[in-house]
Design a protein around this ligand. Structure first.
Ligand code: PLP
Length: 438
């Protein structure tokens, strides 16, 4: 099975489904980036997946570099997770009452992410970040938050604020439907620019409840924090009584068992989690210092709730995947080695073709930016040639490599990606880079 297709793809069933979908679902998809708008063409409808391989509804197979945008760190359908889910479903799919597994899940999260002293389970990353800033506001009695241009924290109103209006000016809504009233409480600052944060805090003295960021950014493509940047943010937050929130929805349990905060040795006040924590089921979580988390209802007055929160099937899947990661620390070395091979190989191919493209990598996340500039923030990410990227994406797809259908996304590597599969990827990469620049 370990080979890529040699005949042109037939996507007839996918195309027919997309035509139907557009009649019933806005844009034909349930999450915008799936529609392939940034790369052209029609989305591929998936049927099944196992390990590193996806199979679409027309029977085409692809090596997967999205892994459901992060959750499938062990590859698709790992037996250990499926078994846990099979074991759980016979006992009903939901109770709306406490269960033992929620306690076990909380204990496991605290062991793996020691900065978390209390944790609340929710159903998505979006819920986690929305709730975390509400709690930070309730705890500090302040209204404003600082976020960074190019960081994504889900689709909560407070996070959909246009970058570029400058750190010191009021935010403007990025999406119709977000009110000016909400937007003015979100201050946006360029990533990796500590003085800009200092100026923003000074200009909003005593008003900033929380500073939220992706400690390693996956949502403008993969961007790493500069040396000392996270410590600088930690110090500023401590100095000014601002709640430091690490949004580890992508990086949690991925960059290390304890996430980016373990990798970089920085302790945030609160952490938001999602993706890997559910093993592919809809789960999120937020947690942190006990004195902050004890403000959450019913312990405290900050309201937050959920009919399906702590769902028995989701916790079964999550506990199985997290336990496996906890017990197999060597997997992180394997993921790093595999992804370094992919990143180095891609860089080498680009050099051979006279393209000095920037390949950013941290652990098992990476991005190939179609620019020769170092990418350290949104502005530098935007120097990428997105048209060439679109051609490359299509060339890879037709060679059986499933990449994220947009330049400004990170790619995720799973433990199912063997060295032989990396070799297949690199062959396809060389041909596709050539084709995209032919
Ligand atoms: N935070 C980060 C860093 C994310 O990458 C995402 C989603 O990609 C979210 C929050 C939102 O999570 P969800 O899509 O589960 O609502």
């Amino acid at each position: 099975h370990d080979s890529l297709p040699t005949t042109p793809l037939s996507l007839a069933t996918s195309d027919a489904l997309f035509t139907r979908a557009k009649n019933h679902i806005p844009g034909g998809v349930n999450s915008p980036v799936r529609a392939f708008r940034a790369v052209g063409g029609h989305p591929v409808f998936m049927q099944s997946a196992k390990g590193a391989w996806l199979t679409d509804v027309d029977g085409n197979r692809y090596l997967d570099f999205i892994n459901s945008w992060g959750p499938m760190i062990l590859g698709h359908a790992p037996e250990i997770v499926l078994e846990a889910v099979r074991g759980a479903i016979g006992n009903s799919l939901s109770f709306g009452a406490p269960t033992q597994r929620e306690v076990e899940m909380a204990e496991l999260i605290k062991q793996m992410v020691p900065s978390i002293e209390k944790v609340r389970l929710v159903n998505s990353g979006t819920e986690a970040t929305m709730s975390a800033i509400r709690v930070a506001r309730g705890y500090t009695g302040r209204n404003k938050i600082i976020k960074f241009e190019g960081c994504y924290h889900g689709h909560g109103d407070s996070f959909l604020i246009a970058a570029g209006s400058g750190a010191l000016t009021l935010g403007a809504p990025d999406s119709p439907g977000v009110t000016q009233g909400v937007a003015q409480d979100t201050l946006t600052v360029p990533y990796n620019d500590l003085p800009a944060v200092e100026r923003t805090i000074a200009a909003n003295d005593g008003q900033v409840a929380a500073l939220i960021l992706e400690p390693v950014v996956g949502n403008m493509g993969l961007v790493a924090p500069a040396e000392g940047y996270l410590q600088g943010l930690r110090d500023l937050c401590t100095q000014h009584g601002i709640v430091l929130i690490f949004d580890e929805v992508m990086t949690g349990f991925r960059l290390a068992r304890g996430g980016a905060q373990e990798l970089y040795g920085i302790t945030p006040d609160m952490t938001t989690l999602g993706k890997i924590i559910g093993g592919g089921m809809p789960v999120g979580a937020y947690g942190g210092r006990q004195d902050i988390m004890d403000n959450v209802a019913p312990a405290g007055k900050v309201y937050q709730a959920g009919t399906l929160s702590g769902n028995p099937i989701a916790t079964a899947a999550g506990i199985a995947q997290l336990t496996y990661l906890q017990q197999h620390p060597e997997l992180y070395d394997q993921l790093n080695r595999t992804t370094t091979r992919i990143a180095d190989g891609t860089r080498q191919i680009c050099r051979e073709l006279g393209l000095n493209y920037t390949v950013n990598q941290v652990g098992s996340m990476f991005s190939v930016f179609f620019t020769d500039q170092p990418v350290t923030d949104l502005e530098s990410a935007k120097t990428s040639n997105t048209e060439a990227f679109g051609r490359y994406f299509q060339a890879m797809l037709h060679r059986g490599i499933y990449l994220a259908p947009a330049q400004y996304e990170a790619l995720f590597v799973s433990t199912a990606m063997t060295d032989d599969l990396v070799a297949l990827y690199l062959t396809a990469c060389r041909e596709s880079m050539r084709e995209a620049h032919g």
